[in-house]
Design a binder for this molecule. Structure first.
Ligand code: CMC
Length: 430
């Protein structure tokens, strides 16, 4: 990969040559791995704004152009023409499956959707008012206590089985967390339903009556899964990689990813965005919130706006906005006040100098909540749905890391700003 002239870094009068690596797309990377050894200096990059922590062939984002590709395929094409399980195959194995490969993959996932019956007891240990994300962190982590035969990370077959189990069972766990929180009985998975329909069925069916999944709603749900399936080295994916770099088992790593996703700056933004839109309530109150978002002394941010990488627009948000229109139309929800506020907020923000200058655009979380809420999910389920969609991305990245011979335990360094060495003083003398 090092086919460019090396970069020269001068440290204390000493010149250090650093190889420059050229990716298949995106900016070159200066390889600083030998920097400490040669120059006795670290680099300093809080929040990793300029640091590539790994090579990856899975997902590519061009933040300036607003492009997102899974294995080279643009997200718009996959959202329009593919479906989630095909996208899962693509992310996991690198190529689109042929008919037989797809059928085999779908069967393998479908046959793993049930969870160990004893896990039901595990749920009952949680308070009913627990946030479903709290329950998911615990229960997904607990999978390592139930599926011992897929925790040996050095065995490629066990890694494969763990991947399939996670893609298959996390929706079941998310649905169980929801059912538990509303005091309804768990609904077992149904193998005759497709992935999205099965999830909707597990969430909304009750034993007392038949529940028919609306295929158009299932298609919208499937598209939400696809749009969230992977997103390069974001905070939760980096968390999964970091946890996995120590050799932790896959279930523990994905639980770590779920914990990181929960925060409002990351996956928790979908819940926060809808809550904000509802709090704004009517379009006449938008200027007040725009003013707050711009006020340096106010910590308020427009939730669902801005992104570390996208500085043009988030291509997922475009698809999501169109999907929101379609779903509301389908459900006969006209003049939805939240959608009206969202559209007007977007319009005003995109014309405002502050947002233009800082390149702040709506992200994937801005419109997803409107769709999920119209389908019938409470806001507390938005982030669990993000987590179940992202599981395939996390596990693909984890597998890629384990098969990379260059991969090492993740161990950042620091710029120490604490006290220098000093002597202990007994409490009587302090
Ligand atoms: N509203 C108002 N101002 C904002 C916003 C916003 N949503 N986002 C960023 N800014 C300002 C920020 O205050 C900063 O201003 P200044 O330069 O004057 O200090 C500037 O824009 C740059 O922002 P930053 O926070 O340094 O950028 P970042 O790359 O560290 O953060 C972000 C990116 C997504 C965490 C941030 O934009 C944000 O908190 N957005 C709201 C939460 C959100 O929607 N998160 C979902 C992200 S997409 C889905 C996912 O990946 O999970």
């Amino acid at each position: 990969m090092a086919d460019k002239k090396p970069a020269i870094l001068s440290v204390d009068g000493k010149e250090i040559e650093l190889p420059v690596l050229t990716p298949t797309a995106g900016p070159d990377c200066v390889d600083i791995r030998k920097l400490y050894g040669q120059g006795d200096v670290f680099t300093y990059d809080p929040g990793f704004t300029s640091t590539a922590a790994c090579d990856s062939a899975i997902t590519y984002i061009d933040g300036d152009k607003g492009e997102l590709w899974y294995r080279g395929y643009p997200i718009e094409q996959l959202a329009q023409d593919s479906h989630y399980l095909e996208v899962c195959y693509l992310l996991l194995y690198g190529e689109l499956p042929n008919k037989d490969q797809l059928a085999d993959f779908e069967t393998r996932v479908t046959r793993h959707t049930m969870v160990h019956e004893q896990m039901n007891n595990f749920f009952r240990g949680f308070r009913r008012d627990a946030h479903p994300m709290a329950t998911m962190v615990g229960v997904v982590g607990a999978m390592s206590a139930f599926y011992h035969d897929s925790t040996d990370i050095n065995d490629p077959w066990q890694r494969e089985v763990a991947a399939i189990r996670l893609i298959a069972k996390v929706p079941t766990i998310a649905a169980m967390a929801y059912k538990y929180s509303i005091g309804q009985p768990f609904v077992y998975p149904r193998n005759d339903l497709d992935y999205a329909s099965n999830f909707l069925h597990m969430c909304f069916a009750v034993p007392a009556e038949e529940y028919k999944v609306n295929p158009a709603i299932a298609r919208a749900m499937d598209r939400i899964f696809t749009l969230h399936a992977d997103h390069e080295q974001n905070a939760s994916t980096s968390t999964v990689r970091l946890a996995g770099s120590s050799g932790a088992n896959p279930f523990a790593c994905i639980a770590a990813g779920i914990a990181c996703l929960w925060g409002p700056a990351h996956g928790g933004a979908n819940q926060a965005a809808l809550e904000m839109l509802k709090e704004i309530g009517t379009v006449d109150r938008i200027p007040e919130y725009i003013a707050r978002a711009k006020d340096k002394n106010d910590s308020f941010k427009l939730m669902g706006f801005g992104h570390r990488v996208y500085k043009n627009f988030d291509p997922r948000a475009k698809v999501m906005k169109q999907s929101a229109d379609e779903v509301l139309e389908l459900l006969g929800i006209h003049n939805n006040p939240t959608l009206q506020v969202a559209k007007e907020l977007e319009r005003i923000a995109l014309e405002d100098e502050y947002f233009i200058e800082k390149k702040l655009y709506p992200n994937v979380d801005f419109y997803s909540g409107i769709i999920l809420s119209a389908i019938g999910f409470p806001t507390s389920m938005f982030t669990p749905i993000f987590a179940l969609s992202r599981t395939v991305g996390w596990i693909s990245q984890w597998k890629e890391m384990l098969s990379d011979p260059q991969s090492k335990i993740g161990r950042p360094r620091q710029l120490y700003v604490g006290e220098t060495k000093r002597d202990y003083v007994p409490v009587s003398d302090r």
